[in-house]
Design a protein around this ligand. Structure first.
Ligand code: FNR
Length: 380
């Protein structure tokens, strides 16, 4: 079977996963307008073809936070990755490492930090949500530090969970969710799918909401859903800045002033992101806001971007729009669901090939050569 990075893995994931899980991955919030615009806006950015420039020497590599990346791609944090393939976090982390790329482990993971971090040699990135239970956050950060995590991705666009109607229709969310009960049963420790961040049952004492409760993923998700903190502000993040010695990236920035505040706060990077169209429907696509944000803060911190990237061409587009690096969300998850670690490794091969073709035919010998001269935005 020929697999293309953009559509075939999605189709393969759809045929393999139970519908409620596929729609949990595939869906966005409300009318899914932002979700659709993320890909549409990227498609409308044309690349300028340039020829006869002796492109035999091409380099895709970058350096980011003292790490070498074979191309400007990191795997984004995706909750429940271990539900789409067995020990999915480990499989995805290994595939990323085999391509010289970072893997970011989500707060809402199935495998424990202590299982995923030692499965690879390069330092894992770790994503944290802002939660009301600061003790939980501190405990998780301590565990991440102890496991050798260097780079912290701090997601700030989930002070409240977005309304995702596909999940309500499928029963994945909402009151009396049947599927939540099935998930709980599937994730019982007897089935060896324990909740990642809780790790072993004896860790439960560290999490106040869980004292004395069984380790079940569905319970954990419910607890997390009630623990997102709408009161959060920059001041609340200062203790994390002080606590965390390594690079800290703020994920979920779409506004120029917010990007400038991230610089003032001392962030090492931002992810320009609308959470893959899963939070504020009606928010602009990342491709739309990226150039303005890059104009304002490029060089002051590293600019990562996600939301809507489905091919190596999209990576080239985002870099030319002003990003230093990109993150893949659904794209790698579809491949993981379809073919596990091998699927993600194949997908990354395809991204590399597509980037090489795009750079050769736009006359860009290195990532630094990609800029607004490489692009034209087509009218709608
Ligand atoms: C996500 N995303 C996400 N982000 C985060 O910071 N923590 C998380 O736990 C999750 N969980 C999650 C689950 C699923 C199923 C999806 C699809 C996404 C958002 C993710 O990191 C990234 O921002 C988007 O996926 C990027 O958009 P694309 O590439 O999926 O269009």
């Amino acid at each position: 079977m020929i697999i293309s990075a953009s559509t075939d893995y999605r189709a393969a994931a759809k045929s393999k996963l139970p519908p409620f899980l596929f729609h949990y991955i595939d869906g966005g919030s409300y009318a899914e307008t932002t979700l659709k615009n993320n890909t549409k806006d990227l498609e409308r950015i044309a690349l300028k073809q340039k020829v006869l420039k002796n492109m035999s020497d091409l380099s895709l590599g970058i350096e980011l936070f003292n790490e070498k990346l074979s191309m400007p791609i990191a795997l984004a944090p995706v909750g429940l990755t271990g539900m789409y393939a067995r020990r999915g976090e480990v499989q995805a982390a290994k595939a990323a490492e085999s391509h010289g790329l970072p893997f970011t482990m989500s707060t809402v993971s199935v495998c424990p930090i202590e299982e995923v971090a030692p499965a690879i040699e390069r330092p894992m990135w770790f994503q944290l949500y802002v939660l009301k239970d600061r003790g939980f956050m501190k405990n998780v950060l301590e565990r991440a530090k102890a496991a050798g995590v260097t780079t912290l991705v701090f997601t700030v666009d989930m002070p409240v969970p977005g309304a995702r109607y596909r999940d309500m229709h499928s029963g994945m969310s909402g009151p009396n969710s049947e599927i939540r009960r099935v998930l709980q049963a599937m994730c019982h420790p007897q089935w060896a799918l324990d909740v990642g961040l809780l790790g072993k049952p004896h860790d439960l004492g560290n999490i106040s909401a869980y004292r004395g409760h069984p380790t079940k993923l569905g319970d954990y998700i419910g607890w997390l859903g009630n623990n997102f903190d709408p009161s959060i502000s920059w001041q609340d993040l200062e203790w994390i800045r002080d606590f965390w010695d390594g690079p800290m990236i703020i994920k979920g920035i779409l506004d120029v002033d917010d990007a400038k505040d991230a610089v003032k706060f001392g962030a090492d990077g931002i992810v320009v992101s609308n959470h893959g169209g899963r939070q504020l429907d009606g928010a602009l696509s990342s491709a739309k806001v990226l150039p303005t944000i890059a104009d304002a803060v490029k060089g002051d911190l590293k600019i990562l971007v996600d939301s809507g990237i489905r091919s190596g061409l999209d990576v080239v587009r985002m870099i030319a729009l002003g990003a230093d690096c990109t993150m893949l969300g659904r794209s790698f998850i579809y491949a993981l669901a379809a073919q596990g670690q091998q699927g993600v490794a194949n997908l990354l091969d395809l991204y590399e090939k597509e980037m090489k073709v795009a750079m050769t035919l736009t006359g860009a010998k290195s990532i630094a050569d990609l800029n607004s001269d490489s692009l034209v935005t087509l009218p709608r």
